[in-house]
Ligand binder design. Structure first.
Ligand code: ZN
Length: 61
């Protein structure tokens, strides 16, 4: 998946939870079903967390 710059962060799930990635993916799906059709998951390496992001400038929100 190509990763994007200039995103807005919607959710942050610390990697301490073994199911963090599943939870992040699920949340991204929830966002895609509502106001953020381009929402998807990134991994924030410095922050050791999965983040649900939406690219800015695509959809008008
Ligand atoms: Zn991305």
């Amino acid at each position: 998946m190509p990763h994007c710059t200039n995103t807005v962060e919607l959710e942050r799930i610390p990697d301490a939870d073994l199911r963090a990635e599943n939870r992040a993916e699920w949340l991204a799906g929830e966002y895609r079903a509502s106001d953020y059709p381009t929402a998807h998951v990134h991994y924030d390496l410095p922050g050791q967390a999965f983040i649900v992001v939406a690219p800015q400038g695509g959809a008008s929100a």
